[in-house]
Write a protein that binds this ligand. Structure first.
Ligand code: PBG
Length: 369
């Protein structure tokens, strides 16, 4: 049997591999004589630019939009300066503006005129998101349209699925009343995803952390003739207080209870790997970690473990809102902080970043030189 490290044809001794040398505490670089001066590489803006390891680009960003049925004027979200609920027409105009800045995709959230226990508005053929998809595709056909697939904005109770309620014939007496029923919810998610695909969505993004949602949506899309549409899985979504401002923006706060029986415990990171492997197996085309800033370790782990799939990070409403609030009261330079945070998310391993600051970031990237 051949030894792994043999001398070469010229008889030179094999060189230990760099990682072996590092483990042995040995620098892989020859040490220069005299003191080391890493500051040489920071001497001028030109050098700093040359050696920059992470470059944020407009092409890395995804811009969320809130579209409200029966709205005419924009409705600004008080806790998220610069963000508003828009009419279908204004959402298409905003999508066009984003596209002109080099942003490749928008992520749509809908606020229906009426809500009901089953969340019918989420898959209504002429629902608000279905209308917005068509309007955006009509105005900017090349812009990628991603849609949130969840029930919480459409149900009167504000939960992300079908609830265990006494009115129904109830095989679930063992489950608590109002528990989010898993498999009943899957059937609704399938209808939502197919209705978005029919309207022209490129990518559907299920956000409910319902077990089996990726496999269920994949098979429904395939059966309906949409094998070409992708699924961006909110694979690792934590039960986070950082979603507070979003719930005002999308009017999707739970009217009672919380989301802890389906979203993940913020204390867990190993469990994130389990969620990710399941979604990979079920056919996810993209994996997402959400929130982003407080979960950079999770982004890093997923990047290491699943390098095959594009990794998305959602810099959520509360993260945006904190920076804006600190900027407004003069404590921080909000634009600089936003750039630093977004770059850090990319440095941790995200390929794509969902950001409410996407247009401002794209604008500043374009005007850097
Ligand atoms: C659920 C959904 C939520 C967010 C995105 N999709 C809210 C939740 O899970 O309660 C939060 C996004 C943000 O805070 O920016 N449809």
């Amino acid at each position: 049997m051949k030894a792994r490290n043999t001398s070469d044809a010229a008889g030179n001794e094999p060189r230990p591999r760099t990682d072996e040398r590092l483990r042995a505490g040995d620098s892989p670089l020859p040490r220069p004589a005299g003191p080391e001066r890493p500051r040489r590489l920071r001497r001028s803006i030109g050098v700093r630019r040359m050696v920059r390891e992470t470059r944020l680009a407009a092409a890395d960003l995804i811009y969320p939009l809130f579209v409200e049925e029966n709205r005419s004027e924009p409705y600004p979200i008080a806790s998220m300066p610069g963000v508003a609920r828009l009419s279908v027409g204004d959402a298409a105009a905003e999508a066009e503006r984003a596209c002109a800045l080099g942003i490749p995709a928008v992520l749509l959230f809908g606020i229906p005129r009426t809500k009901d226990p089953g969340g019918y508005g989420s898959y209504a053929p002429n629902g608000v998101v279905q209308q917005a998809i068509a309007a955006i595709k009509d105005r900017v056909p090349d812009l990628i349209v991603i849609t949130d697939v969840c029930l919480c904005e459409y149900t009167d109770h504000g939960h992300c699925g079908v609830l265990n309620r006494h009115k129904q014939p109830q095989p679930y007496a063992a489950l608590p009343a109002e528990y989010v029923l898993n498999d009943e919810t899957l059937a609704v998610l399938q209808r939502i995803a197919v209705s978005h695909a029919v309207a022209g969505a490129d990518i559907v993004a299920p956000s409910g952390m319902i077990d089996g949602m990726i496999a269920a949506i994949r098979s429904a899309l395939d059966e309906a003739g949409f094998a070409d549409r992708s699924i961006m899985s909110y694979a690792v979504k934590y039960a986070s207080a950082f979603y507070g401002p979003f719930r005002e923006a999308a009017d999707g706060a739970p009217q009672f209870g919380d989301r802890h029986t389906h979203q993940m415990d913020p204390a867990n990171a190993r469990e994130a790997l389990r969620e990710a492997v399941l979604d990979c197996r079920e056919g996810a085309d993209f994996l997402m970690v959400k929130p982003a800033l407080a979960y950079l370790d999770v982004i890093y782990r997923l990047r290491q473990q699943y390098p095959e799939l594009p990794l998305v990070a959602y810099n959520v409403s509360g993260e945006y809102s904190m920076v804006q609030a600190a900027g407004e009261c003069g404590r921080l330079d909000a634009a600089a902080i936003q750039w630093e945070i977004t770059t850090a998310i990319k440095r941790a391993g995200a390929d794509l970043i969902i950001s409410y600051a996407a247009p401002a970031l794209a604008h500043s990237i374009a005007n850097q030189d």
